[in-house]
Design a protein around this ligand. Structure first.
Ligand code: ADP
Ligand code: 5GP
Length: 188
């Protein structure tokens, strides 16, 4: 299976995914998809763990060489899924977890219609989202925080197009909710 986590920037996709992958019952069954990105690295982010940070030229080369399964442009930067990683994981019989925007979700669902389950992570409120984006990295400029929040409002309009929605208010409860979805124990 392929699980796509989408939702506004700051809704908690990355945090939830990483906490889920620390869970013993999930760990060995799932592979985290690490995307290519042309955006600058945030403090604390690691090459190959958070993204493969590449130049725009390198991104175009990868796209031309068909190494990218799907891609998007977000706030002027390119992001793309490493095709090989997804294909290898599926060949090994593992499930894949991806954090993608709406465009990426639709593309993956189109490529793997039967295998893909989509989950929309809902923040408690726009105000809280603003706080989380700002709190994540003090280096994020106010203008970028504003742009991310504006895009968040648009992403929220697509909520009904997902298989599952998951509110991320309390982190522990949200991780449990996500675990229930991916282990198919319940429908949230
Ligand atoms: P996304 O990947 O969706 O852009 P992140 O996972 O980077 O979002 O989360 C944004 C920020 O919000 C991070 O600093 C993270 O620690 C924080 N965060 C995530 N979930 C919660 C929560 N339930 N309560 C409080 N803070 C949270
Ligand atoms: P961020 O800059 O916050 O890490 O990511 C910005 C947005 O790009 C988020 O919505 C994130 O989920 C999305 N994103 C990250 N990697 C990819 C990718 O490979 N493909 C697509 N379509 N979206 C991605």
């Amino acid at each position: 299976m392929i699980f796509v986590l989408s939702g506004p920037s700051g809704s908690g996709k990355t945090t939830l995914r990483d906490l889920l992958l620390k869970d013993k019952s999930v760990k060995n069954k799932f592979v985290k998809s690490v995307s290519f990105s042309t955006r600058p690295r945030r403090p604390g982010e690691k090459e190959g763990r958070d993204y493969f940070f590449v130049s725009q030229g390198e991104f175009c080369r990868l796209k031309r060489a068909r190494k990218i399964l799907e891609w998007t442009k977000y706030l002027g930067y390119y992001y793309g899924t490493k095709k090989e990683l997804v294909e290898d994981a599926l060949k090994e019989g593992k499930d894949v977890l991806l954090c993608l925007d709406f465009k990426g979700m639709r593309r993956v669902k189109k490529i793997y219609p039967k295998k893909t389950k989509t989950i929309f992570i809902v923040p408690p409120s726009i105000q809280e989202l603003h706080k989380r984006i700002k709190g994540r990295s003090l280096e994020t400029k106010d203008e970028e925080v504003g742009e991310r929040v504006n895009l968040a409002k648009r992403e929220l309009e697509n909520i009904s197009l997902y298989d599952f929605t998951l509110r991320n208010v309390n982190l522990k409860q949200a991780v449990k909710g996500l675990k229930d979805i991916v282990l198919k124990r319940s429908v949230v």
